[in-house]
Design a protein around this ligand. Structure first.
Ligand code: GLP
Length: 260
């Protein structure tokens, strides 16, 4: 494992793990330590395949009573727009199936951007208010899209953006269509926390695994901070960590320096 706390002047932390399992374990250690420090943790969650291993480890830690979710509040970073809660492709369903139904979190403390009405702007505004009312997000877990999106903030998203309705990029539709029976069943719009919303989290933990993510990871960490690469906005954050596996790190220059 390579740990580089200060590999560039922007001070993000980078942990490169040997494989997916080790990445998940490393991420779980971080989440568990935050939960132990603050029982009423406000936890930002991401759906997608990458954090599944982390969530499995958190479920196990909860089962052996190492961590307790009874005072934890969660806010999911994104969701498809106008998707039924019952749709197996919805993040509302997925998050419950893989994680939330398996831990002792209270239903009223689960927040997901699932909305099918016409007042999306109002719904998103309320989501922002709810986050604020809970004291802000303590720890935000993120994945990264192949095009560098975080949440559903696609390339070109404003760094000042708040929670809002967005149009999905073709690359995202292609990558995520496998979760739906047919491509045309997949919504092409979504609700997502904005980049400014994400940046307000006190701590950010971005996970990435596999070669598919290598280019986005290298650009986000070592490239210029630009709205063309949404994850590069994390270079602004004082407490952001990338926990990735070797394959996702294979395009980084830093791995050549002091890798163990
Ligand atoms: C998806 C989601 C993100 C997720 C990212 C990576 O489209 N909107 O929340 O973090 O893209 O997904 P995965 O982990 O499945 O590669």
């Amino acid at each position: 494992m390579t740990i580089d706390n200060n590999f560039n002047k922007r001070q993000m932390k980078l942990i490169i793990c040997d494989n997916y399992e080790k990445m998940s374990e490393e991420a779980a250690l971080i989440v568990i330590s935050q939960m132990k420090k603050k029982p009423g943790l406000v936890l930002g969650l991401a759906a997608g395949a990458t954090p599944i291993g982390l969530y499995k480890l958190l479920v196990e830690a909860n089962r052996r009573a190492e961590i307790d979710f009874s005072q934890v509040t969660t806010f999911n970073v994104d969701e498809y727009y106008r998707i039924a809660k019952s749709d197996p492709g919805s993040y509302w369903q997925t998050m419950r199936r893989i994680f939330l139904n398996k831990v002792n979190i209270l239903e009223e403390n689960i927040n997901i951007l699932n909305y099918s009405g016409n007042e999306a702007a109002e719904f998103c505004n309320d989501y922002e208010k709810k986050i604020k009312a809970r004291g802000g997000i303590d720890l935000q877990i993120l994945g990264i899209g192949r095009n560098g999106h975080i949440g559903f903030n696609e390339p070109g998203s404003d760094f000042r953006s708040k929670t809002r309705k967005v149009k999905l990029a073709e690359k995202t539709i292609q990558a995520n269509a496998k979760h739906f029976r047919a491509k045309d069943e997949m919504p092409d719009e979504a609700l997502t926390m904005g980049l400014a919303t994400i940046l307000k989290a006190k701590k950010i933990l971005l996970l990435a695994s596999g070669k598919d993510k290598a280019e986005a990871v290298a650009e986000a960490i070592e490239g210029p901070m630009t709205e063309a690469m949404p994850a590069s906005v994390l270079q602004k954050h004082r407490n952001a960590a990338f926990v990735i596996d070797k394959e996702a790190g294979e395009r980084l220059r830093v791995k050549k320096v002091g890798q163990s």
